[in-house]
Every structure is written in C-alpha cells, then in structure tokens.
Design a protein around this ligand. Structure first.
Ligand code: AMP
Length: 212
C-alpha cells in the first residue's frame, strides 16, 4: 500500500499515521519528524532548516525531496509506505510522481483530512509534548497527568504566531497539491473534526480495500 496523508497542520495526520503504522505494519515517513531529527542531531541539513522550522516556514523543496527520495529507496519501503507531511508543494508532488514513475510503482490513495482553520489553531496552540515518552497531549482536550505537567513542552512552531504562518503556507502552497492528485483520481476526503477513533475507523474502511 502506497499512501499519502494530506491536511492542514493539526488535522491529525501524525496521530492517524502512528495508528495506521501499527495496524497495517506499514512504514511511516514523516518529513517533519525527519527534519526535527536532523535539527536535534545538529547535522548540516539540521543547521540549515532549524530557524525555518521554528518560524513555521516551509523548508526548500530541494532538501525535502532529497530526504524523501533517499528514504524511499531503502528496502524497507519496497512493501509500501505512508507519507505524512509530504508532498507539501506542487513541485514536491511532481518530483514524487516522477520518482515513483521511474521505479514503475504507483500511489494507491491520497487521503485528505478536512479540518477548518479555527479548529486547527485551537488544536495546535494547546498541543504539548512529553519529551521523555514522545506522547502528545492537549491542555484542554487531553491534559497531561499531573505528575508530568512540569516537563511537557510546546513545540517552537506550535505558538499562535507560527501556526498562523503555517496555515498561510498550507493554503498557498499545499492546497494546490490536491487538484494534482484529484486529476489522477486518487483523492478521498475524511472529516478530521470527528473523534480520533472515528477518523481511524473511516481510514481503515478505505485502506482495507488496498490490502491483500
Ligand atoms: P510537521 O511536523 O509535518 O508539521 O512539519 C513541521 C515543519 O517541518 C513544517 O512547518 C516545515 O517547516 C517543515 N516541513 C515538514 N515537511 C515539509 C515539507 N514536505 N516541505 C517543506 N517543509 C516541511
């Protein structure tokens, strides 16, 4: 199964991707995670993208495309993959299509998680991360247990200012990716405002059609 999850920041792509990875034993590729890892490790790429990511800007296409192509060539992706946070621009979508065509493989499905901007802001600005376990909480909807409240942190790009910028980027740069995939007849929409269990069930209903 070769799959792309598209949606605004905070639409639940990361959460659903983690559930799908477990359920279908599929390789989950998150460009956000890959880039954050490069920043944490202080690699050359990490140093280039650190400030861009903190401000909510997009990382230039050439870096992200190179990162994804390198990863997709690994044997672990031969059986399929789930892309989360990529492609985020039309140039990335075209580069991915070109790469897959050259390897004689095709995408099965592009799933768009629909969530309105107002809900995105509410979800993201309240999001907190426990750096010890990697678990994500929300100050209102899923508060961290009292014994860990002292250590949870807010991602630098989850502030109100950065979220506004990320949403602007999403509408300007990422939304045009959808018509590209619609033309290929690949897009399915899911209402991402529903509870995460419901969204997961709807995803499985679609994806079960692609598993042997
Ligand atoms: P995410 O975890 O997917 O929300 O990504 C966090 C940040 O990483 C984004 O705000 C961008 O700065 C950067 N990023 C992740 N994926 C991409 C991509 N496909 N193209 C450009 N920048 C990206």
């Amino acid at each position: 199964m070769r799959l792309i999850l598209v949606g605004p920041p905070g639409s639940g792509k990361g959460t659903q991707a983690a559930l799908l990875r477990q359920h279908y034993a599929i390789v989950h590729l998150s460009t956000g995670d890959m880039l954050r890892c490069a920043v944490t490790r202080g690699t050359k790429l990490g140093k280039i993208v650190d400030s861009m990511m903190k401000s909510g800007s997009l990382v230039p296409d050439e870096h992200v495309i190179a990162l994804v192509k390198e990863r997709l060539q690994e044997a672990s992706c031969d059986g399929g993959f789930l892309l989360d946070g990529f492609p985020r621009t039309l140039a990335q979508a075209k580069a991915l299509q070109h790469f897959l065509d050259s390897r004689g493989v095709a995408l099965d499905c592009v799933i768009k998680l629909d969530v309105p901007d107002i809900m995105v802001v509410e979800r993201i600005t309240g999001r907190r991360l426990d750096p010890e376990t990697g678990k994500i909480y929300h100050v209102t909807f899923n508060p961290p247990p009292p014994h860990i409240t002292h250590r949870v942190i807010q991602r630098k790009d989850d502030t109100a200012k950065a979220v506004t910028r990320r949403l602007e980027k999403y509408h300007a740069e990422t939304a045009p990716v959808l018509p590209f995939y619609e033309n290929l007849g690949l897009v399915q929409h899911i209402d991402g405002t529903k509870p995460l269990e419901t969204v997961f069930q709807e995803l499985c209903k679609i994806l079960d059609g692609f598993t042997p």
